[in-house]
Design a protein around this ligand. Sequence first.
Ligand code: HEM
Length: 430
Amino acid sequence: MARHPAPLPLDEQTVPGGAAEASSAAPSRRSFLGVGAALAGGAGAGLVGYGLGNSQTGVAPSAVAAASSEGAAPDAPWAGSVIPFIGAHQAGISTPPQAHATFVALNLTPGVGQDGLRRLLRQWTNDASRLQRGIPVLGDPQPDLASPPSRLTITVGLGRGALVEAGLADRAPGWLAPLPAFSVDRLEPRWADGDVLAQVCAEDPIILAHAVRALLLSATGIAAVHWMQRGFRRPVTSTSAMRNLMGQVDGTVQPVAAELEQSVWIGADGPDWLRGGTSLVLRRIRMDLDTWDALDPQAKEQVIGRRMTSGAPLTGTKETDVPDLAATRDGLPVIPEFAHIRHAAVTTAGQKILRRPYNFDDTPAAGSSAEAGLLFAAFQADPVRQFVPMQQRLAAGDLLNFWTTPIGSAVFAILPGPAEGEILGQALVG
Ligand code: HEM
């Protein structure tokens, strides 16, 4: 599989007050310099060109600029960075992952029907379009927490239950349903399913918390929280690799930019209301860190098939080296038969998934040192064609299963990005 350290459109711009990013972006292994360079040309443009119809927001560009420039000091290179809300695809998917994420699933209040879903999506369109630019939402109880925008993204999806409540079950793709059971699953209902999803990501956890609360206030009376899952990873500016809490370098192999069309975005073969959208499979995977840490580093490397220090495959020297699954030493495979990457690897673009994992770390149970793991967020055009066979192979042959347990699972249809003047889900309920 081709490696793509940053499956990322260079779609970010700065707002006034965030010029530090354009002028002195810190070096990054995740191509942040590339983003910074792209920004350099756009920084002076401020918000002009973000193109959000003011019919949606009712906010004049000058007010936007004022609100943004009054935000906290742009001491971090990403503080003033805005990720556009309008576009063919929603932000927060191929966007370079931010340091913090909250995934929140809500269930619609029975009886709100299609009108309720439409009202929610209209509200969230307004909210997201403002918040991603660092602008308070209408009636914001905490307007000072809306800026600097800090690379905020709000990504909205629908579970099967939303379409059922809206009387639109016949328009749901077949894959919009709970995944088939896997032998490794120990699923807990408190982390399962949900009618509506918001994935909210930002570099600044305060900006993130404010955005989540704004969305929940907008949902009052229409939908109620089912679960909320918070995760973290290194900031986009980090020069070090993303590591999960097992200590492994994680997120190396991804679909390359050109492959996103085949592997991630839903095209003409999908439902019309999802063209330009995708699916999200969110698995909450617990790690048994106490038994994992009883292994020596060499054993850990065999389990994954990569070096713990550098993330390089056992057949290479650098993280970016392509694993040679056929290589043998003394008649034995260098990357063991049971290695995670052997079972996860796919060769055709159409089977790849875009992984956007976040760590979680909660209160340990008595006698344990950690309740930690991965919020394994995978985006793909069709989970049944892409995620399910991969997870089946891993369930059957991956030694990592010994230390990892899926305890949560949910599937969402991630809506296409809205065009100017449209709401999220326009082609479904607009
Ligand atoms: C807690 C559970 C998991 C951990 C700790 C984990 C960790 C890793 C690590 C360290 C790598 C190597 C570096 C990289 O390419 O990112 C990797 C690769 C990969 N993982 Fe996982 N993983 C987990 C679960 C899963 C699941 C559930 C799936 C899909 C069903 C999956 C799919 C993949 C894929 C597709 C690759 C790239 C394989 C390649 O082509 O080299 N992983 N994982």
